[in-house]
Design a protein around this ligand. Structure first.
Ligand code: ADP
Ligand code: MG
Length: 354
């Protein structure tokens, strides 16, 4: 169990690439933190600096209030799980899980107890004598987690551990990781580009953009109250509806549409109106109108897509409905939103204005 602190950490690779541009955060004991962001935004670099696999160009990292910048990876008491499992191919599952403990000189009986316990917890106790190539992808990922668990580290570090698994297994493993982390209470940092994984796993998540934290908070806080266009677009599935707009004569103008109810916006800049698909619903008095072009039935939820009418550009809108009567393709449909669910952003800076 441990706290982790990043104090204005920076990473410039020898080739001059600035991967991390000053990131600070305080992680509490037992917290599950997720770094989420698009590929190349610096997530792995940050995690590898915590693990000690990359040097820190500037700033420092503390574990339990002790600066660990110059502590070797083996002495940091962290365990990392990678996307590609990184198992030793010529060793059995038991051998892979026991390896780190043997290196530390633990007694054989103690190693066996720890490996057996972890294997049971991960439901791989029937495979302990197999080699990695005799296991499925999901089982291999469990072995990689088992190897981390037996070390009883202060901090778990996960770098996209589920990316190589098929969709169904990914969901199953996601739930298991969350349960295990709850049960063990080990401080964890988990890196992913997948917003669903981030939303479902995190106690708090940090949305990373271009080496910086764009926003950090509880998943629902970021969903309900994104501070920037980037966060609003990255978090949420289906994707938030974004409509180009300007503020003219006290109305929000989107093409030929004039929307009342908006106040105190700058008149001279390009804006973006954002409304989540959950907050649009069919209503004959709706402010927006679409021509339906696609209906996706997901079971309980249905997603309806269509082109926004009277707008100057090709804006596609999506809304979510649980109703059984679905609109016909090509039909026109008015959609209503409550003013409180409308977000407005400065298009060029991404800053949220409303
Ligand atoms: N060893 C390296 N040398 C130079 N640049 C690197 C190295 N590793 C990563 N980068 C660059 O740093 C940036 C962040 O990479 P990374 O942390 O791997 O991103 P992510 O994990 O979010 O996809 C990228 O632009 C990447 O090209
Ligand atoms: Mg990465």
């Amino acid at each position: 169990m441990a706290t982790v602190k990043l104090n204005n950490i920076k990473k410039v690779y020898p080739n001059g690439a600035e991967a991390v541009c000053g990131v600070s955060m305080a992680i509490e004991n037992g917290e599950f933190i997720v770094f989420v962001g698009p590929s190349g935004c610096g997530k792995s670099t940050m995690l590898r600096m915590v693990a000690g696999l990359e040097t820190i160009t500037k700033g420092d990292i503390e574990i339990d209030s002790k600066v660990i910048n110059n502590v070797s990876p083996a002495d940091r008491d962290v365990a990392m799980v990678f996307q590609n499992y990184a198992l030793y191919p010529h060793m059995t599952v038991r051998g892979n899980m026991a390896y780190g403990l043997k290196n530390r000189g633990l007694a054989k009986a103690e190693i066996n107890t720890k490996v057996n316990e972890a294997a049971k917890m991960l439901k791989i106790d029937d495979y302990l004598d197999r080699q990695p190539n005799q296991l499925s992808g999901g089982q291999r990922q469990r072995v990689a987690m088992g190897r981390a668990i037996v070390r009883e580290p202060k901090v778990f570090l996960f770098d996209e551990p589920l990316s190589n698994l098929d969709a169904k297994l990914r969901v199953q493993m996601r739930i298991e990781i969350k349960r295990l982390q709850r049960r063990m209470g080990v401080t964890s940092i988990y890196v992913t580009h997948d917003q669903t994984e981030a939303m479902t796993l995190a106690d708090r998540l940090a949305v990373i953009n271009d080496g910086r934290i764009e926003q950090m908070g509880a998943p629902i806080e970021l969903y309900n109250n994104p501070k920037t266009l980037f966060v609003a677009s990255f978090i949420g599935a289906p994707h938030i509806n974004l409509i180009p707009a300007r503020f003219e004569n006290k109305k929000l103008v989107c093409g030929n549409l004039k929307l009342p109810g908006f106040k105190n916006l700058p008149e001279d800049i390009e804006l973006v109106l954002g409304i989540r698909p959950d907050f649009l619903r069919p209503d004959t008095k709706g402010q927006l109108e679409i021509q339906v072009d696609l209906v996706e039935q997901h079971g309980a939820d249905n997603l309806v897509y269509g082109a926004l009418k009277n707008s100057s550009n090709d804006t596609e809108l999506c809304f979510k409905t649980t109703q059984n009567t679905l609109p016909d393709i090509d039909s026109n449909l008015k959609l209503k939103f409550e003013q409180k669910h409308a977000m407005v952003f400065n298009k060029s800076t991404g800053e949220r204005l409303i």
